[in-house]
Every structure is written in C-alpha cells, then in structure tokens.
Design a protein around this ligand. Structure first.
Ligand code: S3P
Length: 429
C-alpha cells in the first residue's frame, strides 16, 4: 500500500475497532519481560513499532509466544533477567521504543547499541540522554549522544529529581524504568502531566509509585508482579475515524473499547469544542486504564484555539485535528506545539504543505499553525513524508474531496495501524 487512492465518501456507517494502544503496548512488553513470571497480553498493538519492542526483548533472551489474534504470553525473567544482546537493537521508526529502552538499558550490567530508521536517527535524543547521564548512565552517540545509534554501557545508577523542560511521557518513562534500578528514589517533575501509562502499569504490578499532580516518584524495587494486561483500543488510531465521522455528511460510527485516559483525550475535548457530536458510553476500567465506546455523527464544525495544557493531551492527534479544522468554519489556531517539529516527520511543515496543496489556507508558525477552513478540500497528489499519522490524516481528508486524493509513501501506516485501509473501505460500504 505504498500509494493510497481515496475517493469521496457519500456516507459512513458501522462499528469500528482499532488496534490496542501503541503506547500501552510498548510498556506492556517491557513490564512483561521484567515481571517475575508469565504475563499474558491481549490486544497488543498490531503495528510494526510494537513488533520492534518485542524483537528487542527476544534478542535479550526473553521468550514471547503468540497465542492467537494479537495475544501473547511473555515469560518474564525478573528485573535482572535480561542478557546482553549480541547485535544492534533496531527500533525502526519507533521513538517510544528507542527512548524507553535507553532508560532500561542504562541500568543493565551489559553493553548494547540502539538504532532506528533514517527518520528516528534524525530525532533528538539529548532530552533522554542528559537526565540518564545525571543518573550515572554511560551513553555515547553522534553529536554528543543527541542522535542514534546510541551505545550504552549499562551499570549502577543513582536516583535523581529531574524537572523536564517540556512535558514528555517518553523521557519520563525512560527515567522511571531506570529508577527501578537506582540506589534511591527517582522523581520526575513535568510542566504539564503527559500520558501516565507507565505509572499506571508499574503501580498495577506492585511498584511503589507516588504521584502528586505532574510530579511522580518511583522507588527502586525488587520485582514486578506478573498480571494479565488487556490493552484498550488506541485513541490515537480512533481519532482518524472520529474525525471521519464528523466531517463526512451522513455519517454515524461507533468505536468500541477505546482508551479514554484523561491524559490522552485532548482530541475529544477539542473536537467537542468545535461542535463535534461525540458520545462516550459504556465506561469501564481495563488494564488499570479507563475505556469506553464512542459514537460520532456528522457535525457542522467551527474553528477553535488549541494551546497550553491541551497540547500534550492531543499531541499525536494534531495532524488529524488540522484536517477537522480544514472542514470547520473560521480560523483554528494551534500554538505551543513546537514538539510537532520533531515527531516522525516535521508535522507542522508536512500538514501545512499538504493541506495547502488541497486548497486550504494554512499559515505555519514555529510552534503551530493557523488553518482557515470551511471552503472544502481539493483532492490532489500528496506526500506522507513517511509519517503514518500524516498519511492517515490525508486519507481522511480525501473522504471529503470531490477529486481523487492520491497519497504517496503510505507503507508507514504499518507502524501503528495495519488495518486502517481495510476499516475505511468497510465503513464506506
Ligand atoms: C509517547 C509519548 C509522546 C507521543 C508518542 C508516544 C509514549 O511523545 O507523541 O507518540 O508512548 O510515551 P513525547 O513523550 O515525546 O511527548
């Protein structure tokens, strides 16, 4: 599916399920490998990114058995059960894999090398390398450790208190995993709370974690208790179909078992503020995480302003929200989102150039964009820049275009949502 061709949708109906949450899936594999016994995981994310994390642990001597559809049993060997990998650990396109593993590997009594694809090797790593060095980690890489490949000589670590300059769940989680092995407690203080899946999972597995607002403290610990992990549907994948259900006329969709952790639901708040008709029902707790079903129907959208504390709660959904903004009356302004420039692609540059090609009025800022919508979207030839979220956002935009939308370089969708096109075709009827 390198090039996608999308035609206008007259209606959308049906039920949608999405892959297990990618963020939670990485953490489930990591915690499973470190648990003192077997951990069964259901609904593990089907994308390539999660497979990279699985392969890394297999390279370090952990047995992980598939048990049917997206279910696995991980035979955890405890916190000290990993063995030195005899080859490079390859994270592919997955920043979460690389950054979280940097934390964990810094504490292991062995040498390892982490790398990834050309996009990942361009992404900044000093945000995680610097605080890990404060803990005593020995990490080398290009540009003083800012770029992968990262060579890590693991060893004893000390606990620290670290103020993150920018909210980041990847950095926070790397430090929490390293902190499990430190000589004293580790505290991470964020300017705004980022996704808290690591905290929730470690706490479910018996690790002493103390949370006060956006400050979290982990105590060094001896073991992680084995448990069952049933992973909620990924709200970041669901967001594509939530927006599709809002912007296509005559649409009514129900999305089942979607994670609604409040650190992730910024997109729902934003789309509701834009006039989106979104109902959340059947709320329950799964894997220590809130989960619900979500119903959406066609809505007349209006512009909004997206900034401040909302940004970390919607960071991965901003490309698809830009598409919603292109269909909304008025000018939507996104600010304080400079982080978008260092994701799988520069998402500010990518969404600005591609929406402009589609006839949308967009102005790029250093830390966001202004999108003036309500004048329709023109189908044309677009590029994904090898970024799965850009590719899927443009595909959803294509549902509202009169002309065919042709999107190049879409194999990247495999990293998080291999079933995306199949689902889209099915609900178009
Ligand atoms: C993630 C955290 C976020 C997010 C990324 C996944 C995670 O990144 O953008 O897709 O699983 O921890 P940052 O922590 O860099 O903000």
């Amino acid at each position: 599916m390198d090039t996608l061709r999308i035609t206008k949708a007259k209606k959308l109906t049906g039920e949608v399920t999405v892959p297990g949450d990618k963020s939670i899936s990485h953490r489930a594999v990591m915690c499973g490998a470190l648990a003192s016994g077997d951990v069964s995981i259901t609904n593990l994310c089907s994308g390539d990114d999660t497979a990279r994390t699985v392969t890394m642990f297999q390279q370090m001597g952990i047995s992980i058995q598939a048990q049917g559809h997206h279910s696995f049993v991980i035979h955890g060997k405890g916190l000290h059960g990993l063995r030195e990998p005899d080859d490079l650990l390859y994270a592919g396109n997955s920043g979460t894999t690389l950054r979280l593993m940097a934390g964990l590997l810094s504490a292991q009594p062995f040498f390892s090398v982490l790398s990834g694809d050309s996009s990942l090797r361009r992404r900044p790593m000093n945000r995680v390398v610097e605080p890990l060095r404060h803990m005593g980690a020995h990490i080398n890489g290009r540009d003083h450790g800012n770029f992968a490949p990262l060579a890590i000589q693991g060893g004893p670590l000390r606990g620290i208190a670290y103020h993150l300059p920018v909210a980041s769940a990847q950095v926070k989680s790397a430090l929490l995993f390293a902190g499990l092995y430190a000589d004293s407690q580790t505290t991470v203080i964020e300017p705004v709370l980022s996704r808290d899946h690591t905290e929730r999972m470690l706490s479910c597995m018996g690790v002493p974690i103390n949370i006060r607002g956006s400050e979290v403290t982990v105590q060094p610990c001896e073991h992680l208790e084995p448990c069952r992990l049933d992973i909620p549907g990924d709200i970041s994948a669901a967001a594509f179909f939530i927006v599709a259900g809002l912007i296509v006329p005559d649409a009514e969709l129900v999305l089942r078992a979607i994670g609604i952790n409040p650190t992730r639901t910024g997109c729902i708040d934003i789309l509701r503020a834009m006039g989106g008709q979104i109902d959340i029902f059947n709320e329950r707790i799964q894997c220590g995480e809130p989960v619900a079903d979500i119903a959406v129907r066609s809505s007349s959208l209006v512009a909004t302003t997206i900034e401040g504390d909302l940004i970390p709660r919607a960071i991965d959904e901003l490309p698809i929200i830009a598409v919603a903004a292109a269909m909304a009356a008025g000018t939507t302004v996104i600010r304080n989102a400079r982080e978008l420039r260092v994701k799988e692609s520069d998402r500010i540059a990518a969404m600005t150039s591609e929406l402009k090609k589609c006839g949308v009025v967009v102005e790029a800022y250093d830390d966001g964009m202004a999108i003036t919508g309500g004048r329709g979207i023109r189908g044309t030839v677009c590029d994904s820049f090898g970024d799965h979220r850009v590719a899927m956002s443009l595909a959803i935009a294509g549902l509202c275009a009169e002309e065919e939308m042709i999107i190049r370089d879409c194999s990247c969708i495999q990293t998080s949502f291999p079933e995306f096109m199949g689902t889209l075709v099915r609900i178009k009827g």
